[in-house]
Design a protein around this ligand. Structure first.
Ligand code: HEC
Length: 394
């Protein structure tokens, strides 16, 4: 079995695991944030109960009660949520290493941005993953950490600086994934380094009958709120490789910040809505406005047709030279065991029949990835002129 084929399987299995674990984790985040926001004062007057919620789901009624300072006695079985977070990070990090570090020249490096050797790009990427957490953690522990508005501003400014730096170091696509990986790492580290240790202390205190320090749960709550606002931005970044219009754009960093901000505003809308606050439409409208602004200020950088309709022979030659090393049944580019996305361009009829499918990739400059095969702007113009003239093969 050849190596590229094994890599393909590893990639698939990691991605599958990553998606499933992330759904479980983010689902839990949405669920518990919504639950917390919709707790109402308990009816039976037990002073230990901060609030309660009644729900109906899956053919039964549920009655949930929150004990901020712990119950009197530890229940026999206590459910923890942590493996969703850990597995999301483990699988995501492995996938990032496999693709963006393992194939750094294809996915992480763009010589037009910075002509880095793979090891240099990988070292910077790793250092940024660690630095992101350290800076964020210090900010959260500082006196500003308790101020939600201040943390929101720090978050947006920090994200802008990071996105700007990443797009000056890595390929556009690599920069987006790098920032996504940094946010994901912060989220998982919040669980591992703050939320779980605090909860372990709380559980031990209940077991020993000693008092619970409110700071233990408070820090956990702070980080879990931060994680909640980060979910939609991270998901956007994880699906962004499909949308070169963002990361190919000269203002890619600004679009990243705008979309992340829109995601956080939408979370704000849902969190207030679950609290029953009435001004919440404002936040949803804010999210929508930010997305619209991003869409209008950012028509993608696009190649334009040049000259009159070229002959098919010219087109074939360009495609063969610039695309076929990857898009053929057995790619000669050793990074690929199979044609990426199953997309084939090695025969005249495929070039012609699929013209509409590939011309968009040529126009947006998503293909060739990071222009590995060195297609020229003039060649892009010729391909577009041919399609504009009807993509004829005679
Ligand atoms: C170095 C290898 C390589 C070269 C050269 C290359 N591609 Fe691709 N192509 C890829 C990869 C990798 C993907 C999958 C991208 C992804 O993961 O989103 C892809 C995907 C595509 C897709 C499918 C996009 C989708 O999301 O369904 C099209 C269409 C395409 N390429 C067209 C082209 C054209 C046209 C050229 C030449 C101008 C070209 N490619 C050159 C590697 C290459």
């Amino acid at each position: 079995m050849d190596q590229a084929y094994l890599l393909e399987w590893t990639n698939l299995l990691l991605r599958w695991l990553h998606l499933v674990a992330a759904m479980a984790w983010i689902g839990a985040s949405f669920y518990f944030m919504g639950l917390d926001q919709s707790l109402r004062p308990a009816k039976d007057g037990n002073p230990l109960i901060r609030g309660e919620q009644w729900a109906v789901h899956g053919g039964g009624f549920y009655h949930k009660q929150k004990f901020v300072a712990g119950p009197e006695r530890l229940p026999e079985k206590l459910h923890w949520s942590k493996w969703e977070a850990y597995w999301t990070w483990i699988s995501g990090f492995a996938l990032f290493v496999l693709m963006y570090w393992g194939q750094a020249s294809t996915y992480l490096i763009d010589p037009d941005v910075a002509d880095l050797a793979p090891w240099e790009a990988i070292a910077i990427s790793a250092a940024m993953l660690v630095a992101g957490w350290v800076v964020y953690d210090l900010a959260s522990r500082s006196p500003l950490g308790d101020n939600g508005a201040a943390m929101a501003i720090i978050g947006v400014v920090g994200l802008a600086v990071t996105a700007y730096a990443a797009t000056r170091i890595f390929s556009g696509r690599g920069a987006y994934l790098q920032v996504g990986a940094m946010l994901g790492t912060i989220m998982a580290a919040n669980v591992l380094m703050v939320i779980m240790p605090g909860q372990r202390k709380m559980v031990a205190a209940v077991a020993n009958g000693t008092a619970i320090d409110p700071r233990w749960g408070g820090a956990g709550k702070q980080r879990s709120v931060h994680n909640n606002y980060t979910t939609l931005p991270v998901i956007f970044l994880m699906i962004s490789p499909h949308y070169p219009m963002f990361w190919q754009h000269p203002k890619a960093w600004l679009l990243l910040v705008a979309m992340a901000l829109a995601g956080a505003l939408v979370r704000q809308f849902f969190n207030l809505r679950h609290q029953g606050v009435q001004v919440y439409d404002f936040w949803l409208a804010g999210g929508v406005v930010v997305v619209l602004v991003a869409a209008f200020i950012a028509p993608p950088r696009a190649a334009v047709p040049t000259g009159d309709a070229p002959a098919f022979a010219e087109i074939r030659q360009i495609v063969e030279q610039r695309c076929v090393e990857c898009h053929q049944p057995r790619p000669t580019n050793t990074a690929f065991a199979a044609p990426p996305k199953g997309f084939l361009l090695h025969t005249p009829s495929r070039i012609q029949r699929q013209a509409q499918a590939w011309v968009g990739q040529v126009r947006s400059e998503a293909m060739p990835p990071n222009n590995t095969t060195g297609i020229t702007p003039a060649e892009r113009g010729r391909l577009l002129a041919w399609v504009a003239a009807g993509a004829r093969a005679d």
